[in-house]
Design a protein around this ligand. Sequence first.
Ligand code: DX5
Length: 225
Amino acid sequence: MSRLPIPLPSGAPALVPSVLSADFTRLKASLAPVRRLADWVQVDVMDGRFVPNLSFGPYIAGAVAAASGLPVDAHLMVEEPLKFVDAFAAAGAGLITVHAEARGAARAVERVKKLGLRAGLALRPRTPASRLAPFMGLLDVALVMTVEPGFGGQAFLPEMMPKVFKVRELIARSGRKVWLQVDGGINAETAVTAVAAGADSLVIGSALFKAADPAVFLRTLRKRL
Ligand code: DX5
């Protein structure tokens, strides 16, 4: 599987469709409008243990890479991420994000880096920004969940914005190029709020794929940011 690299932060916000809300009966067509307008695409992996939902395996990540022609970000919402890192790397993921609350999260981040991929660490809403501190010398992405992970289409949690600001401070102190990604309930309005708080990578699922014209949605959002 060829692997497209996830770009480094450039100052401009990255727009990242989440395929959780894509139409899997016509995946290629569903992704076609966004492939030239998105920076990369996210596959939300759920194991039915870490979150009460079951979604995609490595095979789907590979299919999304082929169908979109974009770099793939695998967001592992799984209890034991180390078990899955190699399989998603082999499937072509350029970025693998694990949850700080998961078992063996540190070993999973180290494994992702050893494989030469970008590594992300995600925080559930109740997990403080300080959990990221020991990892700031390693991470390429810090993901602040703006919903409780597990399902698309939930309402954005504005109370996460102080945490976004704190993570932005951690990134600034690290002196490293680390994306500050937010994920959950991102739409044309909440995207502006999140970027104002310090986010520079926006994962967008239902607001994008349910838009009348996803390409217009992304073009308009990019202009607005
Ligand atoms: C939750 C998922 C969702 C998804 C984005 O576990 O991670 O946040 O990516 O879904 P929307 O944009 O519909 O909230």
